[in-house]
Design a protein. Structure first.
Length: 394
């Protein structure tokens, strides 16, 4: 088959600027390409009935298998199509974005998908280009979007994400016998970087103003047979923040844990100089899980430290804040007790302030943050438990 390869800056700019673009705030996502027939303020028909209960793709549900889709790119909210599954609707196809009633993966968020057969090439499509309308509640299939006579435009509606070392895309199954991250990093074309006010110089030397340089990264999430207890939480950092890495310079990245009122480096080292797209060693956090207040007083300190000890960048995030960003429908005292391991996904851009003028938290999901993914050890748990039943997930 052939894929749509029509592109033009005039058309692309018209589409984006007329419809708006899904940025990091949900107000932008809601403003993105509402059709005249959409009388529900941008909602996808049926989205209000999305079931985020554990076992159906809820980010808070522990899983022994499945795919964790992570949006860590300079690109609007998106959905994915896969070359070897073009009969499906774009994924996710039934899970709403955080604090929204439209379906997709928002910047700085994660979505659970069911295991996938070898996907092949990965197509990253802006969410508003595939949003269902009142007249078509099911929405277009990937074949309709990308095949002959396709409605989606290359470079202005979607990009083909690169897979390092594999021009054929992802040639192995995803999430069949383990939990794997599918992280989309890099930058979209100039249409998207301009709208998101991203300096293209931060996108890297391989960035193209026409095709961008999005990358689909597959990362295994580690597990352990020893799970969370009343006094410990097992965690392992996964570095998924290219913008942060690019701005480190001579500084070293370190993440520590403890009572946030403590000055300087916190008592428990979580990770030090973890390479981009790599995982740190696992560590057990000392936490009194019988004291609810602990989740607010204790947390993580993310620091980019220069050789002389000064902090080039520093951010604190409590256990409660990590849980709220990762799985808003959960509560800390149950969320942190269920898994064999919690993968701490480090995302974000340090140029986006953590707080607004006046000290209020910045809700822009492009900020540096940690998301926690509860993972089960398939060797000790039913490998099908909590795998997720995302419709059309493969």
């Amino acid at each position: 088959m052939t894929y749509a390869k029509r592109a033009g800056w005039g058309i692309a700019a018209t589409l984006l600027l007329a419809g708006g673009a899904a940025c990091s705030s949900m107000q932008d996502a809601e403003a993105f390409s509402r059709g005249p027939d959409d009388d529900r303020n941008g909602r996808e028909p049926g989205a209000e009935n999305v079931d985020n209960a554990p076992g159906t793709g809820d980010p808070g549900a522990p899983a022994a298998t499945g795919v964790v889709l992570v949006h860590s790119a300079a690109f609007p909210a998106f959905r994915l199509c896969f070359e070897n599954s073009l009969n499906l609707r774009p994924l996710p196809d039934s899970k709403a974005m955080p604090q929204a009633n439209v379906v997709g993966a928002e910047i700085g968020s994660l979505v659970r998908l069911a295991p996938l057969d070898a996907p092949g090439k990965v197509f990253v499509i802006r969410e508003s280009a595939v949003r269902a309308s009142a007249g078509d509640p099911s929405g277009p299939s990937c074949e309709e979007l990308l095949g002959d006579g396709a409605s989606a435009l290359l470079s202005s509606d979607y990009h083909v994400a690169n897979v390092a070392g594999s021009p054929e895309g992802i040639t192995q199954p995803l999430g069949k016998d383990r939990v794997q991250v599918l992280a989309i990093t890099g930058c979209g074309s100039q249409v998207f970087t301009s709208f998101l006010k991203v300096d293209s110089a931060s996108c890297g030397a391989d960035w193209s103003p026409t095709t961008g340089n999005l990358v689909a990264n597959v990362i295994d999430l580690p597990t352990t047979a020893t799970g969370a207890t009343d006094s410990t939480i097992p965690v392992q950092l996964v570095h998924l923040a290219p913008s942060l890495e690019a701005q480190l310079g001579t500084a070293k990245l370190e993440v520590s844990f403890g009572e946030l009122a403590t000055p300087g480096k916190l008592p428990t080292e979580v990770a030090s100089e973890t390479a981009l797209l790599k995982s740190s060693e696992q560590v057990a956090l000392p936490v009194d899980q019988n004291a609810d207040a602990t989740y607010g007083t204790h947390g993580f300190r993310i620091v980019a430290r220069e050789g002389n000890g000064s902090a080039k960048f520093s951010l604190d995030q409590s256990l409660a804040a990590v849980q709220s960003s990762s799985a808003p429908r959960e509560v800390p005292k149950t969320y942190y007790r269920v898994a064999s391991n919690y993968a701490l996904l480090l995302l974000g851009d340090p140029s986006v302030p953590a707080t607004l003028d006046g000290g209020a938290p910045n809700t822009d999901r492009r900020r540096v943050q940690l998301l926690a993914v509860p993972v089960l050890d398939p060797a000790t748990r039913d490998a099908g438990a909590g795998a997720g039943d995302e419709d059309g997930g493969g």
